[in-house]
Ligand binder design. Structure first.
Ligand code: BEZ
Length: 390
């Protein structure tokens, strides 16, 4: 076939050459879609994740794999009903290179579905939905945080084995995170001979706890396990203490119950035991430098959410370095992340086959304004990744 080289095709060709050149020199910005809650009960969590992510990028001179970052932000409102539309704005309208989000497990599942369908890179900086690194696991989906199972199973074993509790009740919001964490606590507790006698729930993000606290008071279990986070955790811990239950029935939780919330919870949180992959007194060199840099940059103490945001950026850098900034090379990106050891403020972690951190889970006790580690509840704990076919 005969080709005619017109003026228009010459312009198109030079535009292509320019674009390719800009990419090769790393001049094209990397579009990062931050889909996080910037309103509602999880607002502080979203802000801490963004702060942590930006801190890591700033430490790299504002670039990852030689590419400057353009942030595009979406407030997901922790609303699963709006999640598909919100994530598709980032994928289809803004054509982001990578999505970082989110906090709420129900929203994260919709994001994982859209990321999988469009083969867009997704790094989850909090939401623990077991499905994301279970049946929904994929080459292009990573988590810098935890699975819901991972955060709470060890609390069940400690409450039964170490503290000798025989009966427990659980209380949480009725959605994936609450159900998976309370079920994981039950699994650990019952494996060690305890019995969970009742599992109480209320709709997310409702904070009218009174009727359920009355039920706990009359049932008198040996212990209560709770998952709440953000604003809801503040109110629950205060209401539990105001009802006098902290004097009679020990309250346990996954660490979200007391992380980033201690200023607001005050005396009501003192002495509470929780399990989590971070604590305020780890004294690791990486943690010390992270805490000092975070406090300087944001005039705030960091919490677990800030660490997860920081490590999401760290995961992105490791993958991008391996593919020289070319996000289309998903297999090479994933292979590099899976080979890496991440020097995190929480301690070193690696990535499992399903792309979830393999990490120590600390037993923590609230003392003053700190979640102090008093031991390791589970060493280098992987998520079971039930249903993951990677
Ligand atoms: C979740 O929905 O997965 C979640 C939310 C807040 C803290 C921890 C987990």
């Amino acid at each position: 076939m005969k080709h005619t080289f017109t003026r228009r095709s010459a312009i198109a060709l030079s535009a292509l050459v320019l674009a390719a050149g800009a990419h090769a020199q790393g001049a094209e910005k990397l579009k990062v879609g931050l889909m996080l809650p910037f309103s509602g009960t999880y607002t502080a969590l979203g802000v801490a994740i963004e702060n942590g992510f930006r801190l890591y990028v700033d430490e790299q001179g504002g670039k990852l794999a030689g590419r400057e970052i353009e942030f595009i932000k979406v407030d997901d409102e922790s609303d699963p009903a709006k999640a598909t539309e919100n994530v598709n704005k980032l994928i289809r309208r803004d054509k982001v290179d990578v999505i970082v989000g989110t906090v709420h497990s129900g929203v994260a599942m919709a994001m994982a579905r859209a990321a999988k369908e469009s083969n867009t890179l997704l790094i989850v900086p909090n939401a623990g939905s077991d499905a994301v690194t279970g049946p929904m696991c994929a080459q292009n989906i990573f988590r810098s945080s935890f699975s819901n199972w991972q955060s709470s199973y060890p609390m069940g074993t400690v409450a039964a084995r170490q503290d000798g509790k025989k009966t427990a009740m659980t209380i949480t919001w009725k959605y994936a995170a609450g159900e998976e964490m309370t079920n994981a606590f039950k699994e650990g507790f019952e494996k060690e001979g305890g019995k969970v006698v009742k599992q109480l729930t209320l709709p997310f993000p409702n904070v009218e706890f009174q009727a359920l606290l009355t039920e706990i008071a009359s049932a008198k279990p040996d212990a209560v396990f709770a998952f709440f986070a953000g604003g809801g955790a503040v109110k629950f811990v205060k209401d539990y203490a105001a009802a006098g239950l902290n004097k009679t029935i020990p309250l346990y939780g996954s660490g979200f119950l007391t992380d980033g919330t201690l200023d607001a919870q005050g005396d009501a949180a003192q002495g509470l035991f929780t399990t989590l992959h971070y604590a305020d007194n780890l004294e690791l060199p990486k943690d010390k430098s992270f805490r000092a840099a975070y406090a300087k940059a944001f005039k705030l103490q960091p919490d677990v959410y800030a660490v997860q945001g920081y490590d999401a950026a760290q995961i992105l850098r490791v993958g991008l370095d391996a593919v020289k900034g070319d996000v289309s090379k998903k297999a090479e990106f994933a292979a590099a992340v899976q080979k890496a050891q991440f020097d995190s403020p929480r301690g070193t972690f690696t990535m499992s086959r399903s792309h979830n951190p393999v990490q120590d889970i600390y037993l923590r006790k609230v003392e003053g304004k700190e979640n102090k580690t008093v031991g390791v509840a589970a060493k280098a704990l992987p998520d079971p990744a039930r249903g993951c076919k990677l």
